[in-house]
Design a protein around this ligand. Structure first.
Ligand code: HEM
Ligand SMILES: *[C@@H]1O[C@H](CO)[C@@H](O)[C@H](O)[C@H]1NC(C)=O
Ligand SMILES: CC(=O)N[C@H]1CO[C@H](CO)[C@@H](O)[C@@H]1O
Length: 320
């Protein structure tokens, strides 16, 4: 009996040790690079002083990184052949400033802790920092991701949501990444900052009739900002009310028919998600809490830990 009990305890300890090895933790660099958080946040602030686009572009870059191949900085790889993840059609609109934010922060980190901190972790930290700089909530970022060894444009297709998705399609693609409908609605709140090119929603305003879920006045404003045959480089605010502040106004916009994409507005028009939108619109604290939980979960998607992958020296290229 005593032997059995001892064996059970030993196996439990072994299980804990083994799981611990491959897990993320908030103090992962406590000994190896204790100042990593302040180095990254300073680099992000410097970048922000040059352009506001730093905020939305870094946040969106984190999302795209995690949904394709896991949160492993695979999206940052630059291929001489133009066939890396970032070259895929879906990445066409990723603003260069998000990449630049991570590259600059990595250079600052390398100067103090060479070869220790992954680009994937720097992107996760920077994504938190930009939310804070836009006056959104803060949270502890789990660390210990390793950088991926695969970055292929051909592996992007089908892994990112389209702006014309309905609720079932959105839920399906988020569920594949261990995220619930509740997480998905909270993460969509990232559309409280940033921009979209006209072609991502022009079908809603140039259909006949105009998409009836759009507020008619907002639809007319969109037509003015995005005339037919508009310059394809023109981009407009995702949140027409407070475009530079990370707040819950995105959900208030949805309640008022001012969701820019079908995938935004459907969260309010579909009875299966409307209650959450309505709650986030009136209770900013509930939105912030849900966003934090969802961002931490997003940061765990497909991560490489332990001896998997590598710690890239330069975020844009594999080490060897
Ligand atoms: C729910 C499904 C989602 C869809 C269909 C979607 C789609 C899009 C599209 C089409 C754009 C405009 C791109 C352009 O034309 O430049 C955009 C921008 C953006 N998305 Fe999403 N997105 C989704 C979820 C998310 C999530 C989960 C995040 C982050 C947590 C996010 C963050 C952003 C940000 C910050 C921008 C602005 C980028 C910039 O200004 O550079 N999105 N999204
Ligand atoms: C989802 O969670 C399961 C169980 O923890 C894990 O095995 C799987 O790798 C996760 N999937 C992704 C895409 O992270
Ligand atoms: C930011 C970035 O690297 N965007 C690239 C996305 O993909 C197109 C080609 O499909 C490139 O031309 C862009 O430079």
């Amino acid at each position: 009996m005593e032997v059995v009990r001892r064996w059970v305890i030993i196996s439990m300890v072994l299980v804990i040790v083994q799981r611990g090895e491959g897990q993320l933790s908030e103090d992962f660099y406590a000994n190896s690079c204790p100042n990593v958080e302040s180095i990254v946040s300073e680099a992000v602030s410097t970048k922000l002083s040059q352009t506001f686009v730093t905020i939305p572009s870094t946040l969106r870059l984190f999302f795209h990184d995690c949904f394709v191949e896991g949160c492993d900085a695979s999206v940052i790889i630059q291929s001489p052949n133009g066939d890396a993840e970032k070259d895929a059609q879906d990445n066409l609109s990723l603003a260069g400033d998000g990449f630049d934010t991570v590259i600059k922060a990595k250079q600052a980190v390398e100067a103090q802790c060479p070869g220790v901190v992954s680009c994937a972790d720097i992107l996760a930290l920077a994504a938190r920092d930009v939310v804070v700089l836009a006056r959104g909530p803060s949270w502890e970022v789990e660390l210990g991701r390793r950088d991926g060894l695969i970055s292929q444009a051909s592996r992007v297709a089908g892994n990112l949501p389209d702006p014309d998705f309905n609720l079932v399609q959105l839920n399906t693609i988020f569920a594949r990444n261990n995220l619930t409908q509740f997480d998905m609605i909270a993460l969509s709140g990232a559309h409280t900052v940033g921009f979209s090119h006209c072609d991502r929603f022009s079908d809603r305003i140039y259909s006949s009739p105009i998409d009836p879920t759009l507020d008619p006045n907002y639809a007319q404003e969109l037509r003015q900002a995005c005339p037919r045959n508009v310059d394809p480089s023109i981009a407009i605010n995702l949140d027409p009310e407070t475009p530079r502040t990370f707040d819950n106004v995105y959900y208030q916009n949805l309640m008022a028919g001012k969701g820019l994409f079908t995938s935004d507005q459907v969260l309010e028009t579909d009875p299966n998600s409307e209650a959450t939108v309505s709650d986030f619109a009136t209770n900013p604290g509930n939105f912030n809490a849900a966003f934090i939980t969802a961002m931490r979960k997003l940061g765990r998607v497909g991560v490489k830990t332990g001896s998997e992958g590598e710690i890239r020296k330069d975020c844009t290229t594999f080490n060897s």
